[in-house]
Write a new protein. Structure first.
Ligand SMILES: [Zn+2]
Length: 166
């Protein structure tokens, strides 16, 4: 019987519930989450909690914010000049409180930011991960386990069903 361990392709259903009861994410049996275990495709602590499980096993565990998406950091809430967003050319509906905007950090890496507020001059953006500061409560079931192929390990993602087709 296969057990979950690094370099295996694992399919799971899961429900991610926050402490306030809100369901933040889920995958159902018809479309399970497919990932290669142990290579950082998911949170390392998520992988650790699945170690050794077999097909059909249910799981329930909680990750602290530290093991999840990090503590909420006020330093990641930043005021930007509105001119960053293109000034007069910016469509009125781009800037909406709560909207997630694809942006870049100083090194050109993609970074999503949420619009907190804005006026004519200043846009306040929150670059914390949307789940920063949250305890992550996972429940789910192991649907499939198989060894990853060398090609999959080379590419760093799952091929075939639930994965990349190329
Ligand atoms: Zn590939």
């Amino acid at each position: 019987m296969q057990q979950i361990s690094p370099n295996h392709v694992v399919g799971v259903t899961y429900t991610l519930t926050l402490s306030n009861g809100e369901v933040a994410d889920f995958a159902e049996e018809a479309n399970p989450l497919m990932f290669i275990h142990g290579i950082g495709q998911t949170l390392p602590a998520f992988d650790e909690n699945l170690n050794g499980l077999k097909i059909g096993d249910n799981f329930t565990f909680s990750l602290t914010a530290e093991d999840g998406y990090g503590e909420y950091d006020n330093n990641w809430v930043i005021n930007l000049p509105r001119s960053v967003f293109g000034g007069d050319d910016v469509p009125d509906d781009l800037l909406q409180v709560g909207a997630m905007l694809p942006m870049q950090d100083q090194d050109g890496n993609p970074l999503d930011g949420k619009v907190v507020s804005f006026d004519e001059n200043i846009v306040t953006m929150d670059f914390n991960h949307p789940l920063a500061g949250q305890t992550l409560n996972f429940t789910g079931k192991v649907m499939s386990i198989r060894e990853a192929t060398e090609e999959e390990l080379d590419h760093g993602h799952v091929h075939g069903q639930g994965g990349h087709h190329h």
